[in-house]
Write a protein that binds this ligand. Structure first.
Ligand code: ATP
Ligand code: MG
Length: 453
């Protein structure tokens, strides 16, 4: 225990100790950088463990995305051991140890902050500085830096399978919450009272759904029961944090499954307010559009192709944009302007919940506006459009719309053929299009006598 610890409690339960021969984790599967951090902290006289997704994923034979380390050293002590490190974070103060492009996250053991101070929204900004743990009036944790023992650190984690601690001293796994048994039974179980844990941090709802999809685990009954009722708590989660969670939810190769589960637990609609009126998906095209986008994102990730949140977000919000566009057209707004305004309106509405960075929201609007440009492809325009940076995404988007059942009059097929055609064929395609869509001869306006004068 370090002198920085704020709470000292005797451990109430002894952990289950799982020896090297019984857990199957090999050092070869752990990032050399994470191992270095473990050994160096031990050499400096501290306890250090790999914990969380690193241990969990190795135990189910997956490749961990990252390796998190927990220690009894304070952030300052950790940063003294590693010159290549930085203390970051406000809600949690943690240390990032840099090894080239790889970052190992080191956090000091923390305690569950049941003794934290409740503050009202208004006094928060003024009072937050001197408090180690802060909740708002509904019990949500805002700041949480109460250091503790390893036992306390284990029970403030979210799920039992995330509270397994691996040490290089004897290569043992310490199991404080019966996580190993849950791994064996493929069960995702929250630690403590589910409702209270969701109130403290509603993002745990998203984590439950994401991890159950990723691991193909069943969400245990009591963990599952309050999800629907607690989903609206996500409305008060900071939008920037929800953007990070959005990325983790849908860019891991299990997006479609995750979407279906989020939808089933009535969480999806909370994340995307512009869809609130159509979330029952009574028009099958809307749901097919979203499913198609998640499926193609998963496939691209599987095939190691690039993916962008701009495309996926454009597709998720399309049902709302399409309706808003139609509505604006009916007020006689010109199409381009109607699409521009619809895009702006829907993005603004969405930003209140998920902070989409401009570098993604701008291309999203371009993808929507290009849908109109792809419809007006006669003459030289087609030749110019295929050379544009946004063409590929807009064309893929058009195909998704077509596949979802929107009536596109063969537009997708036309563009597919156009791209593979040679110069001569392209010209013929444009001409045949011009002939078939020749504008009807306009009636000449008879200028009034007064206007000619
Ligand atoms: P992955 O890295 O595969 O997304 P992970 O479980 O490692 O999954 P991280 O975000 O890296 O997720 O978090 C590391 C660990 O920190 C978790 O395993 C869990 O023990 C703890 N943790 C993360 N978020 C929370 C939370 N909101 N509440 C409680 N504990 C959390
Ligand atoms: Mg992790």
């Amino acid at each position: 225990m370090t002198k920085h610890s704020k709470q000292i409690k005797q451990p109430s339960t002894e952990p289950i100790v799982i020896r090297r021969a019984d857990h199957g984790i090999s050092r070869k599967e752990i990032s050399p950088s994470a191992l270095k951090v473990l050994y160096k902290l031990n050499d400096a006289g501290f306890d250090a463990y790999m914990v969380g997704g690193g241990v969990r994923d190795l135990l189910v034979n997956l490749h961990p995305k990252d390796f998190d380390i927990a220690t009894n050293a304070s952030p300052e002590q950790v940063s003294k051991v590693f010159r290549n490190s930085r203390i970051i974070g406000r809600r949690f103060r943690i240390v990032h140890v840099h090894f080239g492009r790889e970052i190992i996250e080191v956090s000091t053991f923390r305690a569950q902050s049941s003794q934290s101070t409740k503050v009202s929204g208004n006094s928060l900004a003024r009072n937050v500085k001197h408090l180690d743990s802060v909740q708002n009036q509904s019990g949500m944790l805002l700041r949480d830096n109460v250091y503790g023992t390893i036992e306390e650190d284990a029970v403030r984690r979210d799920f039992t399978v995330n509270a397994l601690y691996y040490t290089v001293q004897g290569f043992t796994v310490y199991d404080f919450c019966h996580g190993m048994e849950d791994i064996q039974n493929r069960i995702l179980r929250i630690i403590g009272d589910a409702e209270q844990r969701y109130i403290e941090d509603p993002v745990r709802i998203l984590r439950a759904i994401r991890l159950a999809s990723k691991l193909n685990f069943t969400i245990e009954e009591k963990t599952e029961a309050p999800i629907k009722a607690c989903a609206s708590l996500l409305e008060s989660t900071p939008p920037a944090r929800l953007f990070d969670e959005f990325m983790k939810l849908f860019f891991n190769g299990n997006g479609l499954l995750t979407f279906n589960k989020l939808y089933m637990y009535q969480v999806f609609g909370v994340l995307f307010p512009p869809l609130s009126n159509i979330i029952s998906f009574s028009d099958s095209r809307d749901r097919l559009m979203l499913e198609g986008a998640f499926r193609s994102t998963d496939e691209r990730i599987l095939n190691k192709k690039s993916v962008t949140p701009a495309f996926l977000l454009a597709a998720i919000l399309w049902p709302a944009v399409r309706r808003s566009y139609q509505q604006k057209l009916s007020t006689k707004l010109p199409p381009m302007l109607a699409m521009h305004d619809a895009g702006q309106e829907i993005i603004e509405n969405q930003l209140a919940q998920i902070a989409i960075p401009k570098r993604f929201s701008i291309p999203m609007r371009e993808i929507w506006e290009y849908q109109l440009r792809l419809e007006r492809h006669n003459g030289k325009k087609a030749e110019l459009l295929v050379t544009k940076k946004r063409f590929r995404a807009a064309y893929d988007f058009l195909l998704l719309r077509e596949a979802s059942g929107e009536e596109m009059k063969g537009l997708g097929q036309w563009w597919t053929s156009y791209q593979t055609a040679d110069a001569q064929q392209r010209q013929t395609m444009r001409q045949s299009l011009q002939q078939s869509s020749l504008p009807k001869p306009r009636k000449r306006k008879v200028k009034s006598e007064s206007s000619t004068k």
